[in-house]
Design a protein around this ligand. Sequence first.
Ligand SMILES: [Zn+2]
Ligand SMILES: [Zn+2]
Length: 142
Amino acid sequence: MKMTKGQCLCGAVTVEVPEACVHDVSVCHCNMCRQWGGGPLLAVECKHDVTLRGEENVTHYCSSEWAERTFCRICGTHLYYLLHYLLLETQTYELSAGIFPDDRKRLVSQIYIESKPDFYDFAQQTPMLTEQDILDQFNSNS
Ligand SMILES: [Zn+2]
Ligand SMILES: [Zn+2]
């Protein structure tokens, strides 16, 4: 499998994931993501296929019962969002799209669209999901 690497600003933390994972970028407009990052979160999903190096520099913040957000303790780069959602069989990593090279990336979905404020919009046409749509998807998969 072809792998690709990403890293934080200072380079203390690096991640390696299957290259195919980082092409599809999803946007989360929820209030928590926007407060965390100053804007919507652009993330790529890699299930649990993630090799972390420099893990001693990763700070974890439990932002809710089912997820934690992590960042480099030295440079503050947001690294990933780890879902422990009870309905998922394994942990799922949602990694910050910004830590990976940009070639072949495309925007594939936008979630928590009901939380998006009016002052910005993405020009790309993508599926737009509400929180309820996401819950319905989880429920129909289980
Ligand atoms: Zn760093
Ligand atoms: Zn969010």
